[in-house]
Design a protein around this ligand. Structure first.
Ligand SMILES: Nc1ncnc2c1ncn2[C@@H]1O[C@H](COP(=O)(O)OP(=O)(O)O)[C@@H](O)[C@H]1O
Ligand SMILES: [Mg+2]
Length: 309
């Protein structure tokens, strides 16, 4: 649905996006993550036809954004970083305006407004003046205008920035709902946000894509293996030395009855560990895989990128 190939963008002499390529499949919700200044907004503006790349190609639903811009733009809804909302009109008037701007047939406008108002849970506020709404609700009006023309692809630039925690939770739920039958790329500089909304992330830093993969896979790749925390009732030192002999175990650190086990590469020695403990007559009280936090992943990815330069 979204295809970006070797795209580069300069602002004057400043390189903002440096030869990036990625694609998003139909029905996917992908998180676009990176610190401020990484190039996320610039990339999204190119995806929505607001900015032309200096080099490379952007395709939306099979339509080239440069050569067939009107066609391609029909398939995209866009929530910009700062929404140019008119604050002195009602939500309904604004959505009517957005519908006209998108070239909707007049006969469809009312139905479409009802549909997006219901999807974005704006029923109570449809006749309110936009300027009187809280930031979170304004953000939802922004989402509503982005989907007024039923686009298959949604580009949301930092949809949860600057809104309170309760509304952040509601916005995340809204993204998940919208993602059921749409392709979504949404950006954030808050890493923990992506894991609750999407399965795949594209990580950007200094204009480059430093990683793109499923979240849990990124963590495993970076860790270069798994880490398990196991609680075993049995003589700690003997347990630890038996654990070290299990195939795939590279390191064991022990604290009382708890052992943290590092495993190499892609091996999953959990079954072998269980068996070894049972054979020795010890009981495994608990066994859990320790996940690396997304923040850890992010820092590591950036460090790895910087080491390459
Ligand atoms: N209109 C602009 N003119 C000049 N430089 C810009 C402009 N917009 C963004 N930049 C620069 O391009 C880089 C990428 O910015 P941006 O795409 O906004 O990143 P992000 O959205 O990830 O924070 C930054 O270094 C930023 O300072
Ligand atoms: Mg931005």
């Amino acid at each position: 649905m979204i295809k970006v190939e070797n795209v580069t963008k300069y602002y004057g002499k400043r390189l903002a996006v440096d030869n990036i390529s990625f694609s998003v499949k139909k029905g996917e919700i992908v998180g676009f993550v990176g610190p401020n200044g990484a190039g996320k907004t610039t990339t999204m503006r190119m995806l929505t036809g607001f900015l032309a790349p200096n080099d490379g190609e952007v395709e939306i639903a099979g339509h080239d954004m440069l050569r067939h811009s009107l066609e391609a733009r029909r398939y995209v809804g866009y929530l910009p970083e700062s929404i140019p909302l008119y604050t002195d009109i009602t939500v309904r008037s604004y959505l009517e305006f957005a519908a006209r701007l998108r070239g909707l047939e007049p006969a469809r406008v009312k139905d479409r407004i009802d549909a997006v108002v219901s999807l974005c849970h704006l029923e109570e506020y449809v006749d309110s003046i936009i300027g009187k709404l809280s930031k979170g609700f304004r953000q939802r009006v922004g989402v509503a205008q982005a989907i007024i023309h039923e686009p298959q692809v949604l580009i949301l630039d930092e949809p949860t920035i600057g809104i309170d925690p309760l509304q952040v939770a509601m916005t995340r739920q809204l993204i998940r709902d919208l993602g059921k039958d749409r392709t979504i790329l949404f950006s954030t500089h808050i890493l923990t946000e992506v894991s609750t909304v999407c399965e795949r992330v594209i990580v950007m830093h200094q204009g480059k894509i430093v990683a793109q993969d499923r979240i849990e896979k990124l963590a495993t790749i970076l860790q270069g293996g798994r880490r398990l925390r196991i609680e075993i009732s049995g003589p700690a030192e003997q347990v630890a030395s038996r654990l070290r002999k299990v195939d795939g175990v590279t390191q064991v650190s022990t604290k009382g009855s708890r052992h943290v086990v590092e495993c190499s590469g892609a091996q999953d020695p959990r079954a072998a560990i269980m068996q070894a403990m049972v054979e020795s007559g010890w009981t495994v009280l608990s066994l859990e895989a320790l996940a690396m936090s997304l923040e850890d992943v992010f820092l590591k990815l950036i460090a790895r990128q910087e080491a390459k330069q």
